[in-house]
Design a protein around this ligand. Structure first.
Ligand code: DAH
Length: 349
């Protein structure tokens, strides 16, 4: 019994290897595999008969059979790879296949245009010593409005159409989706002492109908510097430098009074139109100037509320819309394009 199974294994070994060396085509390889290693293959049958053998014999024959199975499987794969190389070499030789042609291009992803512009903006401020900090998108009414000197029923609330999460009721604190990144000014000052230089990026939400210049979701960057002796000169120098780094070193910068409840004085920053160089065109609304952000000197009441001495410390703040900056930079005339996920648009950046 023992010798016959052992002999069968040896003849399988010999015959299988000889037959494999003869196989030159896919079909032959396939039937070779069926004949020896397949479900009804010769070697498979030997392996199946093992459990009926006495223990000692089963051990020896089993080890040999399993080793042979692995060896034949490897030989099969090597033969197949060898035939494939031969086939390719033949095709190359017959010039049916030109391996020097470029391969099929793989689609490569890229950063969203808003992410690209956001990173440029942050890098600009970081190089001036500002640190990046983030805050929550779901915010208390307190930080979004109250702490920024916009009390309940104050007309300035109309500047920000709000998406509410929870109205005020039963003494619960009202909660909302932040309408701007300005709440991070207060959040940061509550936990830190001057000197402060931060930029705070993030998404903001507004209860607004969309049109070419309005989205219900937008990205802002808040800027805040508080220290002894910070003046309008620091505000102007910092923001003018920012504007020139993003829109070109030759930009003219203008500051125009504007009301924001949390700064005094408040102002918008404008640059001369890079499209028409001040002549007047669609981009600048025929004024020659383009508004790029809001800013001002931090209201002394806000400094006092977070426990700073407003006689000792002063600061400036600014807030800018990343979509607006990206639109101006790339000449995009509809903000809604950013979030429609149309590759024909996104692949241009
Ligand atoms: N938070 C304002 C807005 O969303 C923008 C702004 C204006 C931010 C003036 C500031 C600032 O920090 O000083 O419209």
């Amino acid at each position: 019994m023992m010798s016959s199974i052992a002999e069968e294994l040896e003849s399988i070994d010999r015959e299988a290897r000889a037959a494999l060396a003869e196989a030159t085509e896919e079909g032959q390889l396939e039937s070779w595999w069926q004949q020896y290693l397949g479900r009804r293959g010769r070697l498979t049958q030997v392996l199946r008969s093992l459990p009926s053998l006495p223990l000692e014999e089963r051990r020896q024959v089993g080890a040999r059979a399993n080793a042979l199975k692995e060896a034949l499987q490897t030989a099969y794969e090597e033969r197949r790879a060898h035939l494939e190389r031969v086939r390719l070499a033949r095709e190359v030789a017959q010039a049916q296949l030109d391996v020097s042609l470029p391969g099929r291009p793989l689609p490569v992803g890229r950063l969203h245009p808003i992410t690209q512009t956001l990173r440029d903006i942050l890098a600009c401020f970081q190089s001036m010593g500002f640190q990046v900090v983030e805050g929550p998108e779901v915010e208390w009414d307190y930080y979004n409005f109250e702490a920024l000197l916009i009390p309940k029923d104050h007309p300035a609330r109309d500047m920000w159409a709000t998406l509410w999460v929870d109205y005020e009721r039963d003494g619960e604190r009202p909660m909302l989706l932040r309408t701007h990144t300005s709440p991070n000014q207060v959040r940061y000052m509550e936990r830190h002492q001057p000197p402060i230089r931060i930029v705070s990026p993030g998404r903001c939400y507004r209860y607004e109908a969309t049109d070419p210049t309005h989205e219900w979701m937008l990205t802002q960057v808040e800027v805040l510097a508080v220290d002894e002796g910070i003046s309008m000169a620091d505000l102007k120098g910092t923001l003018a430098d920012f504007a020139r780094r993003i829109f070109g070193a030759e930009r003219q910068v203008r500051f125009r009074c504007e009301y924001y409840p949390f700064v005094e004085p408040g102002m918008d920053v404008l640059i001369d139109c890079f499209q028409c160089r001040g002549e007047g065109c669609r981009t600048c609304g025929y004024t020659g100037w383009i508004e790029i952000l809001g800013s001002g000197m931090v209201h002394p009441q806000i400094l006092a509320n977070v426990g700073y001495d407003p006689e000792r410390y002063t600061g400036f703040a600014a807030g800018l819309g990343v979509e607006r900056i990206a639109m101006l930079r790339h000449g995009i005339d509809d903000i809604r394009l950013f979030y429609q996920n149309d590759l024909r648009f996104l692949e241009q950046f």
